[in-house]
Design a binder for this molecule. Structure first.
Ligand code: ATP
Length: 201
């Protein structure tokens, strides 16, 4: 199995340190409305660098921290770790059989950090890895309430993005975009240098 475990503490309704082990090909999560089933997929998205409060179903990003319940006081910090199996080298940038991605956010101190296998990492690096998991927002790996209608009503270009991501093309398109921007900047610099050169010469 690719995603092996989710560990969450202080994230949304996870008031206690919680480990969810994905030990079978198919797993069902049952519970009454509002018991926190969708918070599991929110945890996956958040750990992978989701920045939109709306797609995490909150008003702002602070809403991911456990806000307290009738018998549990609120917490200051949310933390989620995803454990992936990388034995088939699905992650091109990380060379280890297990890849652990952690996101932490402290509402009081405003400290926010990402870790890849226990080492501090940039959000960008985690988001790049996220593209390789196929679990990000625009992918069809997570189908939440409303996703089907979004897909059905999407414009052809938006639908194309969903297919690109499912087929693993999205990461290359992102890299191409970044490289094109660098190239344009380099060309601008070159033309400025030519101007200076002409003035001197
Ligand atoms: P449904 O079947 O209705 O979709 P669900 O089981 O998927 O429900 P979720 O939407 O995942 O439930 O969970 C919502 C619950 O999580 C609500 O009870 C809400 O109070 C709780 N919750 C969300 N954010 C927080 C938070 N920051 N602190 C405490 N509880 C939270």
């Amino acid at each position: 199995l690719f995603l092996k475990q989710i560990r969450a503490y202080g994230f949304k309704s996870f008031a206690e340190p919680t480990n969810l082990d994905f030990t079978h090909d198919m797993i069902g999560v049952v519970g009454p409305n509002g018991s926190g089933k969708s918070n599991i997929t929110d945890a996956i998205r958040w750990a992978l660098g989701e920045q939109s409060a709306k797609s995490l179903r909150g008003g702002n990003l602070d809403d991911v921290v456990f806000a307290g319940s009738v018998n549990k006081p609120a917490l200051d910090q949310a933390e989620v770790t995803l454990v992936f199996d990388n034995q088939k080298d699905r992650f091109s940038t990380v060379d280890s059989p297990i890849v652990e991605i952690t996101r932490r956010f402290n509402k009081k101190t405003r400290d926010s950090e990402f870790l890849i296998n226990g080492q501090k990492a940039k959000m960008r690096d985690v988001q790049d890895i996220a593209l390789e998991t196929g679990l990000t927002k625009s992918s069809i790996a997570i189908i939440s309430q409303g996703t089907i209608s979004t897909f059905a009503e999407a414009k052809p270009e938006q639908r194309r993005e969903i297919f690109d991501e499912a087929a693993g093309v999205a990461k290359y398109k992102k890299r191409k975009r970044e490289t094109t921007i660098k190239l344009l900047k380099a060309m601008e610099n070159l033309s400025r240098l030519e101007d200076i050169n002409n003035e001197i010469g």
